[in-house]
Design a protein around this ligand. Structure first.
Ligand code: GLC
Length: 354
């Protein structure tokens, strides 16, 4: 073993605080956490942005269908005003860009489709709503991430370029519910790549990033986002208990057997929700990130009293923890609005906005 002389020992002792602080920094960027992290002005702006997002609704089953209208919803100009007048602050617009971009390089997004998204965002803005646009139902990136990565990033490059001059009322959400082969680990890499692409043209745009494994709260602990980017809102989805919220859902196999499942708000039922929201809130506090509950809802096959009770309880749990939220969804199977009668589904609306 090499002897350490006094001089070297002295140097080491003097350097110790620097070494330790370096370790501190290293652990900050590895784990994105530290008790002694001092939130910056940028942090508070992002928390403010999340407050503006406030209460929202998903314009679901429209632009994320293979073609708009395929799933029974074609967006109407009057929807935006209705949503604003009911007291919502924001719309989340799920979008299946992958159905409107060429399959080979340079993966050009159809300009007519851009026009349609511009129209939707434009109406959100003129009525005073914030808009979150995302990438929804890009099946390829979940099934085979390495093959689809280039196309995924290219689409984001185009979207980011297209909207670079839009105001900060527009937020980008990188990907809806990463899952399947897009593991938490791969997702952490891909979200960083997407963020790099977006930041080239949108240095100050708020970007929304969700968790892997379908956006579950429990996957927050696997999420790694770049610690130096403070303009990120983290998003989770909430559909627990799944047998209640997805009973009879045609796209969930076996869900017919769950029909008749109620949610009466027993202490046990409430506690399960509270525990999940506490987990999310604890994560948020540890990593100094605001949380957007980007989807929650119970399908219309559940009884309306249970749906109303659950929706109210979940929305209040989010609000108590300063989370913004967006109900899933506006006027289809979970609808807070009824297209048939051109009127609100009042029990759900009152549960959302008491
Ligand atoms: C996810 C899916 C959407 C579905 C919703 C409720 O957002 O992408 O299609 O309707 O969850 O299951």
């Amino acid at each position: 073993m090499q002897k350490i002389d006094k001089l070297h020992l002295g140097i080491m002792v003097c350097a110790l605080p620097f070494i330790l602080s370096f370790w501190g920094c290293a652990s900050l960027s590895d784990n994105q956490t530290t008790e002694d992290y001092t939130p910056t002005v940028e942090d508070s702006l992002t928390f403010q942005q999340n407050e503006h997002l406030g209460r929202g609704v998903n314009l679901g089953n429209a632009l994320e269908a293979p073609a708009e209208g395929d799933w029974g919803v074609t967006l109407q100009a009057e929807y935006f005003q209705l949503i604003k007048d009911a007291g919502f602050n924001a719309v989340r617009i799920p979008i299946r860009w992958s159905a409107h971009a060429s399959s080979s390089a340079p993966y050009t997004i159809d300009s007519a489709f851009f026009d349609r998204v511009d129209w939707a965002v434009g109406h959100a803005f003129t009525t005073g709503l914030l808009a979150v646009i995302n990438m929804h139902h890009y099946d390829g990136i979940a099934e085979d991430p390495s093959t689809h990565k280039e196309r995924f990033l290219s689409m984001w490059e185009q979207i980011a370029f297209h909207y670079q001059d839009y105001s900060d009322s527009l937020l980008f959400e990188v990907l809806n519910e990463p899952h399947d082969q897009l593991t938490p680990n791969l997702w952490n890499g891909l979200l960083q790549d997407a963020l790099n692409v977006i930041r080239n043209t949108n240095p100050v745009r708020t970007v929304v990033i969700g968790t892997a494994e379908w956006g579950h709260v429990q996957s927050l602990k696997e999420l790694v986002i770049p610690v130096e980017d403070r303009n990120i809102i983290v998003t989770v989805h909430y559909y627990n208990p799944f047998h209640f919220t997805h009973q009879g859902a045609e796209w969930v196999s076996g869900s017919d057997a769950w029909m008749g499942t109620t949610w009466t708000g027993t202490t046990e039922e409430e506690q399960a929700v509270i525990d999940d929201f506490d987990e999310a809130a604890n994560w948020a506090q540890k990593y100094h990130r605001p949380i957007f509950l980007g989807e929650f809802g119970a399908y219309s096959k559940a009884d309306i009293n249970s749906r109303t009770r659950w929706t109210d309880f979940v929305a209040r749990q989010a609000e108590e923890r300063d989370m913004s939220w967006a109900y899933w969804e506006f006027c289809a199977g979970f609808g807070v609005y009824n297209q048939g009668t051109s009127d609100w589904n009042y029990p759900i609306l009152k549960a959302l906005i008491p």
